[in-house]
Write a protein that binds this ligand. Structure first.
Ligand code: NAG
Ligand code: NAG
Length: 181
């Protein structure tokens, strides 16, 4: 067994997609369209930009070096073949090498189910591409983050969706339980 990042990278580019997707509450097509220019490596963290979104609200998010994420990112970039003409970040990865072919929407959308099967979770097929975005909001809500911050993080126009996450968060349910007793 290798380091966690080797294991993640070993399951193709799923590790990096997983990290960026959860860190940035990314939709599948936002990950697909991500270019090498959209991510800036500032040494201690990565700054990622999602310039075009469904709601026309551009987003910026930071990926800190939790669990060797920066090493994973740099390793992935170093595997990029020099002759690649396009700027798309995600390239097909197999047996330790990146090809020049960009990853498409179908493959990207399968990341959560691949990770779920890697973790031996039941009902792997229910883990759709949207899970990354949902997990991101759920993790924030469970950490007690407020509705406005979650709304901004995910780039939702209305507060309704963010409210749903906060309302159903473990944090909220725990506070209610404490109030009951
Ligand atoms: C991703 O790129 C495709 C093809 O250029 C485009 O149709 C789509 O709107 C883009 N989506 C986002 C979120 O940038
Ligand atoms: C729980 O969720 C409801 C509905 O979004 C919200 O009004 C309330 O402030 C939340 N409570 C806490 C403790 O976060």
């Amino acid at each position: 067994m290798g380091s966690p990042s080797e294991i993640l990278l070993g399951t193709t580019d799923h590790g990096l997609g997983l990290i960026l997707g959860i860190a940035g509450a990314c939709r599948t097509d936002e990950l697909v369209n991500l270019t090498v220019d959209d991510i800036e490596d500032v040494g201690s963290s990565l700054i990622a930009k999602i310039p075009n979104t469904k709601t026309k609200i551009p987003r910026i998010f930071v990926v800190t070096d939790v669990g060797n994420m920066l090493e994973l990112f740099r390793k992935y970039l170093s595997l990029r073949p020099p002759h690649v003409k396009h700027k798309r970040l995600f390239l097909y990865y197999k047996a330790g090498k990146c090809s020049s072919h960009p990853v498409g929407k179908n493959t990207m959308g399968k990341i959560p189910s691949v990770v779920a099967s890697y973790l031996k979770l039941p009902d792997v097929a229910c883990y759709t591409g949207h899970c990354l975005r949902r997990s991101s909001a759920t993790l924030l809500a469970d950490a007690g983050v407020d509705i406005t911050t979650i709304k901004r993080h995910a780039g939702w126009k209305s507060t309704t969706v963010a409210e749903g996450y906060v309302e159903n968060s473990i944090e909220n349910k725990t506070k209610i339980a404490n109030q009951v007793f």
